[in-house]
Design a protein around this ligand. Structure first.
Ligand code: UGA
Length: 433
């Protein structure tokens, strides 16, 4: 999740279940927007919870950590932990800044709870950092309670999580968090109470597993291409085995976003520090397979364009890293669009929600939220983010808008036989043609 999104969702949902919440951010524009009930990013359902929480009087926002210190008995840290520039490791400067800004103002003993995704050992490190900064007589305990929210489903995942994981060193801290989450516990949400190291690891292990599952099926797609087999049928057949499951077995252009790619890299970096790099060396392959899907998609486009993309008019459907989000961080769709542009193609990118962020990230690309305009005169269309409106496209009508009806389904999400019946040449990674 983008940091502000995670914090805003958590703040609004905690107020919604009855707590008196003060949300803090250093960005005055975000705080102003949230105070007025506007969400400065696209997250379905957040507007409603935010409006409800503000109306209840249980939710306010501020830019002052001093005010936050005075307000809370429990302080949640929801800031981002991006990849460090020039390194695989996580950048913990925002987490550290919260602790450094909050600790000296804490008036009494309290609980500081991390929700951000961090390298194992962070709770222990912050525990001594905070102890050095608090006033004499104040005891601030640090616990870790990782979030497992998916973008696009953040409100749903917060109010109805699959599980709650709490890593705390004292019984009091654990009991405090049980009180915070009481409505969820009453609804039967599993609550896993453990030590901080295990809690921190649960999160990175979960994201590593999900990334591995996606790269596994994408590796199978490469084998399918070489062998003339069909990865979609393979995934369906594998998915019927309840030990494997069908979810996260969608082959295509691969995973992106602000979480999975940087989390597997940070995990590798931390494991190396711990002297167990070999144990997670497979994550390098997971990353490499994922990057290869982007290159394979560009190669397929080049091949369909007759070996040279120079001057060819190409439309990319999707800019965000996944649907129901305006997040373009490490987006496979935009990475492919930029690579096609570098090869000389005349690229037009469509996205329903992500064009503003896409333009900031790639000013060289032409981005539009008008689907038909983006497809006008195209010689090749690539479906790279599976927004539902693309599934609803009428291939007969679209064939009249483009110049050459050629499609790469980079998400394996469109009804290929319908498109072929409408005259389209359709190709997809891991699918026979
Ligand atoms: C991910 C995890 O799913 C959340 O549980 C976690 O809390 C979150 O990271 C986080 O660490 O904050 P998210 O990044 O929102 O959530 O997105 P996912 O739904 O996991 O999708 C990640 C990427 O994998 C997307 O680019 C998606 O298109 C791709 N994907 C997903 C596939 O290529 N194939 C699939 O079968 C599934």
């Amino acid at each position: 999740m983008p940091d502000a999104a995670l914090g805003a969702v958590h703040a609004a949902c905690m107020a919604d279940i009855g707590h008196d919440v003060l949300g803090v951010d250093v960005d005055i524009e975000k705080i102003t927007a949230l105070t007025e009930g506007r969400t400065p990013f696209y997250e379905p359902g957040l507007d409603d919870v935010l409006t409800r929480a503000l109306a209840s009087g249980r939710l306010r926002f501020t830019t002052s950590l001093r005010e936050a210190a005075a307000h809370g008995e429990v302080h949640f840290i929801c800031v981002g932990t991006p990849q460090q520039p020039g390194s695989q490791a996580a950048d913990l400067r925002y987490v550290d800044a919260v602790v450094d800004g909050l600790a000296p103002h804490l008036p009494a003993s309290c609980l500081v709870v991390g929700k951000s995704t961090v390298p194992v050992g962070t709770t222990a490190r912050l525990t001594s950092r905070i102890a050095d900064l608090v006033r004499a007589g104040v005891r601030a305990e640090v616990a870790w309670n990782p979030e497992f929210l998916r973008e696009g489903f953040a409100v749903e995942d917060t109010l109805h999580p699959d599980r709650l994981v709490v890593g705390a060193t004292s019984r009091e801290a654990d009991e405090t968090l049980r009180r915070v989450y009481a409505p969820m516990l009453a609804a039967g949400v599993p609550y896993i109470s453990t030590d901080p190291n295990t809690a921190e690891l649960v999160k990175v292990a979960a994201n590593s597993f999900l990334a591995t599952k996606i790269s596994f099926i994408n590796a199978m797609a490469e084998v399918c291409d070489a062998a003339g087999a069909d990865v979609a049928t393979l995934a369906d057949a594998l998915g019927h085995d309840s030990r494997i499951g069908r979810r996260f077995l969608n082959a295509g252009v691969g995973f992106g976003g602000g979480c999975l790619p940087k989390d597997i890299r940070a995990f590798t970096a931390r494991a190396q520090e711990l002297g167990v790099g070999a144990a997670v060396a497979f994550l390098d392959q997971v990353d490499a397979i994922n990057q290869r899907q982007r290159a394979r998609t560009v190669a397929l486009a080049r091949q369909m364009a007759g070996g040279d993309l120079t001057g060819r008019r190409v439309t990319v459907l999707g800019a965000t890293f996944k649907p129901n989000s305006d997040d373009v961080r490490d987006s496979p769709a935009l990475a492919v669009a930029a690579a096609l542009h570098r090869e000389g193609a005349d690229v037009s990118v469509h996205d329903p929600e992500g064009t503003a962020n896409a333009r900031l990230a790639h000013p060289e690309l032409r981005c539009s939220s008008d689907l038909l305009a983006a497809c006008q005169g195209a010689e090749l269309v690539l479906h790279l983010t599976e927004w539902s409106q693309y599934r609803e496209l009428d291939p007969v009508k679209l064939a009249r808008v483009v110049r050459v009806p050629m499609l790469i389904d980079g998400r394996n999400g469109l009804a290929h036989t319908e498109w072929q019946a409408a005259g389209w040449t359709v190709k997809a990674l891991g699918r026979p043609t």
